[in-house]
Design a protein around this ligand. Structure first.
Ligand code: SAH
Length: 251
């Protein structure tokens, strides 16, 4: 059953933004900032429907990994009627120029553990013809504007735009990362959900964007202070950037 009616994607009045985060710390502030929040529990997730700086929004935790993220994205669209999806989270760096505390916005996403060769080329999502799933350019550009405004207040944090890789593995191994990087030279960051959301949105025709704060270097030190970073830095970034994004929604 559909709780909300689907809306016409092309009318700005009828936009409903789905905001997915992987970790609870990243979403607490947003839920507190919501006007008229209404909670719906379904399929082991809590969807909070309300309004954020005058934008109709549904916030939900995906839980971790590609299947969890895909299920969350599909239900946001089919059950909660969202017309756009924004994913915020943390990621490991996959590039020497991308440092802990920097922010990466996906231009495209790849499922780095997808390999149906020899039936399909490595990384290609079978039957979509795509290995690199593009994010929505308009949303990503607006998100980049929101992020650069926010990051002006943060010392030395840089915004990057490019390829993000997702797989069902927390990467904390320099050798594994180097192997991935040589197969995917443009790779900027690795995480566990973005490219799954990208596939669902591609298949359903929903514009989406993915933004990640770099929490670690995807090597042997990756687990150190991971949660502390999420609590103190990443959650503040996610909140500030989404606030800027929503405030400029009509622009
Ligand atoms: N170790 C932590 C979290 C593990 S999952 C814990 O015990 O709770 C890490 C989450 O952050 C995932 O949602 C993933 O998207 C992202 N992430 C951050 N760094 C990552 C890395 N090096 N490899 C894969 N995912 C990473």
């Amino acid at each position: 059953m559909h709780i909300f009616q689907s809306h016409d994607k092309n009318s700005s009045k009828n936009k409903r933004l789905g905001i997915i985060s992987a970790l609870a710390e990243e979403q607490e502030g947003l839920i507190q900032a919501m006007q008229h929040p209404e909670r719906h529990v379904h399929g082991m997730r809590e969807y909070t429907v309300g309004s954020l700086w005058n934008v109709e929004a549904v916030a939900v935790l995906s839980r971790i990994g590609k299947v969890a993220a895909a299920m969350t994205a599909a239900l946001l669209v089919e059950r909660f009627g969202v017309t756009h999806i924004l994913f915020t989270g943390v990621a490991g760096s996959a590039d020497a120029n991308v440092r802990v505390g920097d922010v990466v916005i996906a231009e495209s996403l790849v499922q780095h553990d997808m390999d149906a060769a020899p039936l399909f080329p490595r990384f290609e999502v079978p039957l979509t013809g795509l290995a690199h799933l593009p994010s929505d350019l308009a949303m990503s550009s607006r998100l980049a504007g929101a992020a650069s405004t926010f990051l002006e207040g943060e010392n030395g944090a840089t915004l990057h735009r490019g390829l993000i890789g997702s797989g069902d593995q927390f990467i904390n191994d320099g050798m594994r990362l180097a192997a991935l990087k040589s197969a995917l030279p443009g790779l900027l960051a690795v995480e566990m959900e973005g490219a799954a959301v990208a596939q669902v949105c591609f298949e359903l025709g929903i514009p989406f964007a993915v933004i990640r704060t770099i929490s670690d270097n995807a090597n042997e030190t990756a687990a150190t202070d991971f949660m502390a970073f999420v609590k103190t830095v990443a959650s503040r970034y996610a909140f500030g950037i989404i606030e800027n994004y929503c405030r400029n929604h009509g622009a």
